[in-house]
Design a protein around this ligand. Structure first.
Ligand code: SF4
Length: 517
């Protein structure tokens, strides 16, 4: 350890898992997987190392019978067609053909076995991709503007900044033992399309006049996060010039590492420290670490787009377009991914872009080629014109694979969306998010209608049920959705939502939208 691990001074303030991390750094498990577990097999994995597998981006899936899920970091959601083909080949060879797009723009596999992991790591690395630290108590995938570089609504292209910060933190042992997971978001899109408020550290677009010149840079938010106790991130009174983006990220992450709580794991996220300190004290500590910073300039956030782009849009570059496609509940497969890579190469700029709404975009398509591109067979299921509710439904993994899940989510979410599309007509798009437990990977709290899985007692025994919350929104006026009374049985969700939406439709006033009804 190159730095002074200040938290070790008082071991009585450390939860059990802190000792697991101290005994062996999470990153060390990658070497153990390659050198030992891949050869000796699933049964040889110790309990502590199984917990450290997260640093390799790998979790045990349900049931615990030797299969794993893996997340692959996709910085700011942009990959090349070559990377897409490598991802597809891994899914086909090891992951029973399944590819999930997650709400953090990552790619998630299932069905992997420990003996496959070294080859998967190698194949990813060969195309510049990594699963390392996609999970674990460390800086995870940096989410961002999936349209960076082509976006009419961005103040600057943030790709280089994201890469710089990613390269600094990835596999950096000074920051591989944080109190808990740590999520960053960097976007210069004026519609907050990287969900700043639900991240531990987020950069949003801003400007400030410095020495008589208008400088484009960022404002910073800290301490956001979901789960059972959701917090909206709070704004720091600083202005960040692009060349200072890394310095600020190091400062904030250092505060989390050294002052973050390590006593109770459920209170260890940065949000709890920020809530206790407040943004002023947090800023003072940050300045103590990185030196003085200019105070805030002018925010350029003009609203919120929850990263939905259905259909064809012009890019910042004259004559070029991107196409937003719907991936129903984020689930696709190796064949479709390869076909997307082919379409990206044949008609576009060879890029595939993943979104926090679990969807995909293809870019760099000249106007005269758009019509032909839209005829590609893969765009018939992954459609740019998906039906209303299907196009706005997000779901976490649920109990199909997740050991923490209380209920099934993805299949149910598709059924509910299909029912609503068949039975409800509405001139406003309503976002519906499903989660299988309070951990909120499906970001239920920011949905128009958020559904959280639980169980309910019936004469026939315990059955799947959902708590419903309405009215979540980010951007100006950000708020989490509010719980409605009662709990709805899983089988009744579609009909109850249909009634709820029709009730809203009949009662709304002109100009009113679902989140402020
Ligand atoms: Fe699993 Fe819960 Fe996350 Fe869903 S929200 S993927 S059930 S941990």
């Amino acid at each position: 350890m190159a730095y002074e691990a200040v938290w070790m001074k008082d071991p009585s303030k450390l939860n059990k898992f802190e000792f697991v991390k101290m005994e062996k750094d999470g990153l060390d498990v990658i070497r153990t997987i390659i050198d030992q577990y891949a050869a000796e097999g699933y049964d040889s994995i110790t309990e502590d190392d199984m917990n450290r597998f997260k640093w390799a981006g790998v979790y045990e899936q349900k049931p615990r019978d030797g299969h794993f899920m893996m997340r692959v970091r996709i910085n700011t959601g942009i990959i090349t067609s070559e990377q897409a083909r490598a991802l597809a080949s891994i899914a086909r060879d090891y992951g029973r053909d399944l590819i999930d797009v997650t709400t953090r723009q990552a790619i998630q596999y299932h069905w992997l076995r420990v003996e496959h992991l070294p080859d998967i790591f190698k194949r990813l690395e060969a195309v510049g991709l990594y699963s390392y630290e996609a999970c674990g108590d460390c800086p995870r995938t940096i989410v961002g503007n999936p349209l960076a570089g082509i976006d009419k609504d961005e103040l600057m292209d943030t790709r280089e900044i994201v890469e710089q910060i990613n390269d600094f933190f990835l596999m950096n042992r000074d920051f591989s033992n944080l109190p808990r997971k740590y999520k960053m978001s960097i976007s210069a899109n004026i519609y907050n399309n990287a969900h700043a408020e639900i991240n531990d550290l987020a950069y949003v677009p801003a400007t400030k006049v410095i020495d008589g010149q208008e400088v484009i840079g960022f404002h910073a938010y800290v301490g956001g996060g979901l789960s059972a106790k959701p917090h909206l991130a709070q704004e720091l009174d600083i202005f960040i010039r692009p060349e200072e983006a890394l310095k600020v990220a190091i400062g904030v992450t250092t505060i989390f590492r050294d002052y973050g709580y390590r006593e109770k794991r459920h209170q260890a996220r940065l949000k709890f420290l920020v809530a206790d300190w407040g943004p002023e004290k947090f800023k003072e500590k940050l300045i103590e670490i990185i030196g003085d910073m200019p105070s805030k300039g002018e925010s350029k956030i003009a609203g919120w787009n929850a990263v939905y782009y259905d259909g064809v849009y012009p890019q910042a570059q004259e004559g070029l377009n991107f196409i937003g496609l719907n991936v129903p509940v984020g689930r696709t497969n190796a064949d479709e991914f390869e076909q997307l890579a082919d379409v990206a190469d044949q008609y576009g700029d060879g890029k595939i872009r993943t979104t926090m709404s679990q969807n995909i975009m293809l870019s760099g398509i000249p106007t005269e080629k758009v019509e032909e591109a839209l005829k590609a067979p893969v765009l018939q299921r992954l459609s740019p014109n998906a039906k209303h509710f299907m196009s706005r439904t997000v779901s976490c993994t649920g109990n199909e694979f997740c050991n923490l899940a209380v209920v099934e989510t993805k299949v149910r979410a598709v059924r509910v969306a299909e029912y609503l599309d068949a039975n409800v007509e509405l001139d406003e798009k309503i976002r519906i998010h499903f989660i299988g437990c309070p951990n909120a990977c499906g970001q239920k709290h920011i949905a128009d209608i958020g559904l959280q899985g639980s169980l309910v007692k019936t004469p026939e025994g315990m059955v799947d049920a959902f708590d419903i919350a309405v009215g979540g929104i980010l951007g100006p006026g950000a708020k989490f959705n509010q719980a409605l009374k009662g709990r709805v049985k899983g089988d009744d969700v579609a009909e109850v939502l249909a009634k709820l939406i029709l009730f809203y439709k009949e009662g709304r006033e002109s100009g009113e939208s679902f989140h402020n009804y």
